[in-house]
Write a protein that binds this ligand. Sequence first.
Ligand SMILES: NC(=O)c1ccc[n+]([C@@H]2O[C@H](COP(=O)([O-])OP(=O)(O)OC[C@H]3O[C@@H](n4cnc5c(N)ncnc54)[C@H](O)[C@@H]3O)[C@@H](O)[C@H]2O)c1
Length: 523
Amino acid sequence: MAGLKQFIYIYGPPGVGKSSTGKILAESLEIPFFDLDIEIERNTKRTISDIFSKDGEQKFRKIESEELYKLLDEKSGVIALGGGTLLNSDNLRKSSAMGPIILLSADSQVIQNRLSADPTPRPLSINSDMLNTLLNDRKNHYDSFEMKLDSTNLNPIEVAWEIQKMIGRYQITGMGNHYPVYVQENCLMDIGQILDEKAIGKNIAVITDQNVADFYQNDVLASLEKWGFDTSFIVLPPGEESKNIHSITRIWRELLNNNIDRKSTIIALGGGVIGDLAGFAAATYMRGIDWIGVPTSVLAMVDSSLGGKTGIDLPEGKNLAGAFYPPKMVIVDPTVIATLPTVEIKNGLAEVIKHGIISDPDLFKYCEKGLEYIKSNWGQIIRQAMAVKVKIIIEDPFEKGIRATLNLGHTIGHAVESLSDFSIRHGEAIAIGTYQEARISENLGLADKGLSEAIKVCFSSLDLSTEIPNFINPKQLAQSMKFDKKRKDGKLFFALPKDIGEVKEGVEIDDLEECIIEIIEGK
Ligand SMILES: NC(=O)c1ccc[n+]([C@@H]2O[C@H](COP(=O)([O-])OP(=O)(O)OC[C@H]3O[C@@H](n4cnc5c(N)ncnc54)[C@H](O)[C@@H]3O)[C@@H](O)[C@H]2O)c1
């Protein structure tokens, strides 16, 4: 079975938090939650202990399998399994074909404490000797699951979030319309089936650029046609030069020529340029039609596809016209990074490192290991880097507060980018900006000495320079920053790193020029 995985299973011994975590996870993803034990009791109108004591375990396991298969006929959901449901090899095979199984574990004493503190009646009562025997007997079975999560030191909300990061499933809320984000290896080849499963209308326009089309147009078209989609492609020249009103006019007119109407859907297949353009075209064509983001560059996956910002550049500057217009869903296939040129990979990784500094020290550590490590672990790195932004935009969809932390490195970075006439690429400029802003943070006493060096070493391991180029002088840099788009009431606020994993937003600097001279002259 291809398409998107329909179910998420929470499994493990009694007391690890399968039900409480499953419920929270389902609520966050806005999908149904099923507790297999409760389904069994409801449908048999008997308690599990009654079935066990009167009919024996074998009979119980038979009922359990039947109830599990009934649930697998549902469309999708989170299923909290019983502690031994997957001892049955058929149950294991059928379940794993339809979604990831997360094995929760916890220290046995912690499990015992949780079980005795929990007032809700359990399907089967269990004392500490029984628990230890069960854990021993099932050790090999539980160890055999690939996705494991130790819940000993986490509450159910934290466990649910860790699961989301492991499997790459998010639901973005807070902007009026909620939308899901799916990360799944090789899913691009199943795009037709996925859109069919999600009941997307059959009239589709795919907007992409020539580089991406060269690699993926044929496969995407074949998949869409196989699932009965009437598909047209609009292929633009690659690069920032396309992000303008002329491309938008061209897109509007091609959409009209291809009979795209208000019930049709635009697919944005490409990097951040395509996402911004296609999203803005969707926001404005016929006063707004649905669109789906299918980001293909690292930067687009971890940054631009999330948050609903769409737009174009004007001759006067970048991103000066646009709209907040969230997509209907975002579908990410990390395997397409294989065709992304190295220079683009590094460009995106600067944002990944930035996300690590904002709130995920583990992500920062992965980046410190260098490009070869990253290339062998794209799935995990993309999922975690996305999680940082997802969490922030859910909390602050319209950039009223904490979302400003995402501007780390961007105040100096944007100025460097623009003073270099964009010969320095965005990611390179963000590396410079993040390091230099860390130095400001140290000078202000916000961060301990040594933070900027750690950040520099991390960027250097990916061959990203952190020095302000010689052709930019302090006065110019300070001047350019004064025109930053992020000014409020004429004042410029920085997001400055306090530590790896912690950023303070809203820091106003009294004498900007003096401060820039200090960092450029290395004081
Ligand atoms: N909307 C937002 O919130 C937001 C946030 C950050 C950046 N952005 C915008 O994103 C843009 C930059 O995005 P980008 O770095 O992805 O640039 P891009 O879209 O130009 O893509 C970079 C290059 O990689 C190529 N490419 C993309 N995916 C590929 C793949 N899988 N295989 C081979 N080639 C591939 C593209 O053709 C292009 O040449 C900028 O315009 C920026 O303003 C928007």
